[in-house]
Design a binder for this molecule. Structure first.
Ligand code: NAD
Length: 487
C-alpha cells in the first residue's frame, strides 16, 4: 500500500512544488510512498523562512538549558516511537529490522548527548597577555544545510540535526531522494517537542536540484554532507566560492588486517560483520581483508563456513542477517563489479549472484581471492556485499598495500599483541581504527575520513563548535589612555 507523504517547510506540512515521485520497498520492489519533490524555489523559501525564524525570540532567546530541554524531548519521542521509526526506516531502504532498531537507538542517544553538550558548553576566558582580558564567545552560524545518503538516514541525519540545534542554528535537511521518511519524521518529532516553526525543514528531491540549490544559497552558512566522494568534491568546490565551511563524510574502501597471532574465530566474525552487515552498503565496510599468509588458508576455510550460514532474507524477520540492496540500479552496479572482478582474474569463492526465487533486490555475500590490491575491484568502493581476500607476509608490504588506496575512512586490526595493533593502526591512513572489533560507534568519539574519505568531523562534544562562530572580545583594563597618541 502506497502512502502519500507530505513534507514540512516554512513552518507548514505541505507538498513540495515539484513533480510527484515514488519510493519503493527494496525487499519487494513495491511502491510504498509518493511525494512531490522540492524545487529550487522551495529551497529559497524554506531558507529565508528559517533565517527569519532563527532570529525570533522563541528560538534566539532560549537559554542553553531550554534548547537542551527540546533536544531531550526529541530523544524521548524517538525512543517512544522506536518501533514505528524502525519499520519506516526499513520500508525506505530495506535494512533488517534489527539494524533499523539499533540506528533508531543511536539517533535517540545522539539527541540526548547533544542536549548535554548544549547545556554544559562553556565559553572561555583566555590567558591575559597585557592590559586587557580576552574572551571567546560562540554564536550560532545561522541556517545550515544537511545533505544525507540513503544507507543509514536516521543516524546520519541525527548527527547533523542535533549538534546544529544544540548550537542554536536552524536546519534545512535534504535527505536522499529515495529515503525521505526519517527526515520527515524528525520534522514531526521536532514539532511535537516544541521546536519553533522554521527551525527544522525538510526538502526531499534530487541532489542536482535541491541539494545544489541548498549549497549555493547565500543564507546557508554551512553544509554537513554525507555521501559519495564525487558529489562531496562538487560541494566542496561550490562551498569554496562562498568561503562556506563544510563537513564531508564520504566513501571508503577499508582494509581489515588479520595478523598471524589473531584469534581466528573473532577475526572471522569481525570481518563478516564488517563487510556483510547492511549488505555491505556501509561507508566503513571492511571490503579488503589482508590475511597473514601463515593463517590464510585456515582463515579462508572458517570464513567461508561462517558466510554460508548467513541468512539473506526478508528484512522484516528478526533472524535476517542481510536484507536486499537499496535498488534495482544499485544491484546492477554491484553485479557489474562482480563481472569486472572475474575479468580481472579474481577467483570467486562464494556468492556472485542473486539468491534464487526472491522478488526484491537481494544479492548473496560474495568473496573473491586472487586479485591484486591494484585491481579496480580492490580499489573502488562497491558499496555492496563483496569482499576481496588478500594475503600478506611482511608488515612493510602490508602497510604499503593497505594505504595504496584513494580512501582513508577506517581500518580493522585483528591481533593479540597490543604493540602490533598500535604499530599497524598508527601506520594506516584512516580516520577510525578498530582493534579486535569492527563497526562499533560512539557518539562521544569523533568520526572523520582521511584522504578522499572526507573533510571535517562529526560527533564528539567539540563538534557543536562546527555550528558556531567564535568571536574574540578584548576588554581593556588600562589605568591610563592608550599610549600611542600620548607621547
Ligand atoms: P550520493 O553522493 O549519491 O548522495 C548523497 C546525497 O547527496 C543525496 O541526498 C543526494 O541527493 C545528494 N546529492 C547528489 N548530487 C548532489 C549535488 N550535485 N549537490 C548536492 N547534493 C547532491 O551518495 P549515496 O549514493 O546516497 O550514498 C552512498 C555514498 O555515501 C557512499 O559513497 C558511501 O560511502 C557514502 N557514505 C559515507 C558515510 C560516511 O560517514 N563517511 C556514511 C554513509 C554513506
Amino acid at each position: 500500500m502506497s502512502t502519500h507523504l507530505q513534507t514540512f517547510f516554512s513552518g507548514q506540512w505541505r507538498d513540495g512544488s515539484g513533480t510527484l515521485y515514488s519510493t519503493e520497498y527494496p525487499a519487494t520492489g513495491e511502491v510504498v510512498a509518493q511525494l512531490h519533490a522540492s524545487t529550487a524555489q522551495d529551497v529559497d523559501e524554506a531558507v529565508r523562512f528559517a533565517e527569519a525564524a532563527r532570529h525570533q525570540p522563541d528560538w534566539a532567546k532560549l537559554m542553553p538549558h531550554q534548547r537542551a530541554a527540546i533536544l531531550h524531548k526529541m530523544a524521548a519521542l524517538i525512543r517512544e516511537k522506536s518501533e514505528e521509526l524502525a519499520a519506516l526506516q526499513r520500508l525506505d531502504n530495506g535494512k533488517p529490522v534489527k539494524e533499523c532498531r539499533a540506528l533508531v537507538a543511536s539517533a535517540a542517544g545522539t539527541f540526548q548527548y547533544f542536549a548535554a553538550v548544549c547545556e554544559t558548553f562553556e565559553s572561555s576566558v583566555t590567558p591575559q597577555r597585557g592590559d586587557f582580558l580576552t574572551m571567546s564567545l560562540y554564536q550560532p552560524l545561522g541556517v545550515v544545510g544537511a545533505i544525507t545518503p540513503w544507507n543509514s538516514p536516521i543516524a546520519s541525519e541525527a548527527q547533523k540535526i542535533a549538534p546544529a540545534l544544540a548550537a542554536g542554528c536552524a536546519v534545512v535537511i535534504k535527505p536522499a531522494e529515495i529515503t525521505p521518511r526519517m527526515a520527515i519524521e524528525f520534522a514531526r518529532i521536532g514539532e511535537q517537542a516544541g521546536l519553533p516553526q522554521g527551525i527544522l525543514s525538510v526538502l526531499p528531491g534530487k541532489g542536482s536540484v535541491v541539494g545544489d540549490a541548498l549549497v549555493k544559497h547565500p543564507l546557508i552558512k554551512r553544509i554537513a554532507f554525507t555521501g559519495g566522494t564525487n558529489v562531496g568534491l562538487g560541494i566542496a568546490e561550490l562551498a569554496a566560492k562562498k568561503l562556506m565551511p563544510v563537513s564531508l563524510e564520504l566513501g571508503g574502501k577499508s582494509p581489515t588486517i588479520v595478523c598471524a597471532d589473531a584469534d581466528l574465530d573473532h577475526a572471522v566474525a569481525g570481518v563478516i560483520y564488517g563487510i556483510f552487515s547492511s549488505s555491505g552498503e556501509s561507508c566503513v565496510a571492511g571490503s579488503r581483508a589482508f590475511v597473514h599468509a601463515s593463517v590464510y588458508e585456515e582463515f579462508k576455510r572458517r570464513l567461508l563456513a561462517q558466510t554460508a550460514k548467513l541468512r539473506v532474507a526478508d528484512p522484516a524477520l528478526e533472524s535476517t542477517h542481510m536484507g536486499p540492496l537499496i535498488s534495482k540500479s544499485h544491484r546492477e552496479s554491484v553485479e557489474r563489479y562482480v563481472a569486472l572482478a572475474l575479468e580481472e582474474g579474481g577467483k570467486l569463492l562464494c556468492g556472485g549472484k542473486r539468491p534464487a526465487g526472491d522478488a526484491g533486490y537481494y544479492y548473496e555475500p560474495t568473496i573473491f581471492e586472487g586479485l591484486p590490491n591494484t585491481s579496480r575491484t580492490a580499489q573502488e568502493e562497491i558499496f555492496g556485499p563483496v569482499l576481496c581476500l588478500l594475503p600478506w607476509e611482511s608488515e612493510e608490504d602490508l602497510i604499503a598495500q593497505a594505504n595504496d588506496n584513494d580512501y582513508g575512512l577506517a581500518c580493522g586490526i585483528w591481533s593479540q599483541d597490543y604493540k602490533t595493533a598500535l604499530r599497524l593502526g598508527s601506520a594506516i591512513t584512516a580516520g577510525t581504527v578498530w582493534v579486535n572489533t569492527y563497526k562499533l560507534f560512539s557518539i562521544s568519539t569523533p568520526f572523520t575520513g582521511y584522504k578522499m574519505s572526507g573533510l571535517g568531523r562529526e560527533k564528539g562534544a567539540a563538534s557543536i563548535m562546527e555550528y558556531m562562530m567564535q568571536k574574540s572580545f578584548y576588554w581593556g583594563t588600562n589605568a591610563q589612555p592608550l599610549p600611542w597618541s600620548q607621547s
